[in-house]
Design a protein around this ligand. Structure first.
Ligand code: G1P
Length: 293
């Protein structure tokens, strides 16, 4: 069997963003920037750098600004051109030209599994990537690319793993598996957001998945689970009964920007990587009078 190329990605972006109210009252949380780049753009760029050519963004209501962001903006481009800001102009064009972006509305908020199910006809019979916008990953080789390489090696579903502290297990899908090579685990159990007592390990799934199209069949038969939502974690566990599913400890710095602290971390560290402001920011941080706060 020759394994099919991974060229499609699905980005669920239909969440309500309640953890970031009031900022997300009128702006989708995916458009909140780290420095000057909307978080969703980092995700789209990671997919692009990993060889993805077609992206489906699953949007909710009032998410037109997402569609606008990845479109040409004639007014803005004319303005930049008049000001001679050709570099910025090229950057704006590049976003819109890099990949084919499609949109579908998730009509009801019935969970991540349900959102992925909305991608069925876009994905068809091909392996595909799911990227979650709350996880921004800075890595030499994009995390998605690392996962896709493992997918080609094992010819089966691969999810991204990290190790978490006891206090965090209830925020993630937690797995157990047998280590088949360093950092690669063949998964035999998965639980969505378990309590500390229920958690089978400290190995958590984070928001990067390369998934076999077989998942759609499984998803259709997956009843609502945690929070009365259709959970991708439950469907992936179902998939392990039919095909192998692997977890991979990718390398890279991952920021959980779905909470305030992670969002602040990301902004500081991306600032410290930004050639334009890094030196100034370092000086500022060094000189900070922490007792003032
Ligand atoms: C989702 C998944 C969970 C996974 C997490 C990674 O949860 O349901 O299994 O561990 O993403 O970030 P969410 O954070 O969207 O509630």
């Amino acid at each position: 069997m020759t394994v099919k190329k991974v060229r499609k990605a699905v980005i669920p972006a239909a969440g309500m963003g309640t953890r970031f109210l009031p900022a997300t009252k009128a702006i989708p949380k995916e458009m909140l920037p780290i420095l000057d780049i909307p978080t969703l753009q980092y995700i789209v760029e990671e997919a692009y750098k990993s060889g993805i050519t077609d992206i489906l963004i699953i949007i909710g209501r009032d998410k037109e600004s997402i569609v606008d962001h990845f479109d040409y903006s004639i007014e803005l481009e004319n303005h930049l051109e008049k000001q001679g800001k050709l570099e910025e102009l090229a950057e704006m064009r590049a976003i819109a030209e890099k990949v084919n972006i499609f949109y579908v509305r998730q009509k009801e908020a019935k969970g991540l599994g349900h959102a992925v199910l909305c991608a069925e006809s876009f994905v068809g019979d091909e392996p595909f990537v799911v990227l979650l916008g709350d996880d921004v990953i800075e890595a030499e080789k994009p995390a998605t690319k690392q996962l896709i390489e493992k997918y080609y090696e094992y010819e089966n579903t691969v999810v991204a793993l990290i190790n978490v502290d006891d206090t965090d297990v209830s925020k993630y899908g937690i797995i157990t598996g047998d280590e088949v090579e360093k950092g690669v685990f063949k998964i035999n159990d998965m639980v969505e957001k378990p309590s500390l007592e229920e958690a089978p390990s400290r190995q958590a799934v984070i928001g990067r998945y390369v998934i076999s199209p077989k998942i759609f069949e499984v998803l259709k038969n997956t009843p609502p689970g945690k929070g009365n939502e259709i959970q991708l974690t439950d469907a992936l566990l179902g998939l392990t009964k039919e095909e192998s599913v692997y977890g991979y400890e990718f390398s890279g710095d991952r920021y959980d920007i779905g909470n305030k602290m992670g969002f602040v971390h990301a902004n500081i560290e991306f600032g410290l990587r930004d050639p334009e402001i890094k030196n100034e920011l370092k000086e500022y941080l060094k000189g900070l009078d922490l007792d003032k706060f």
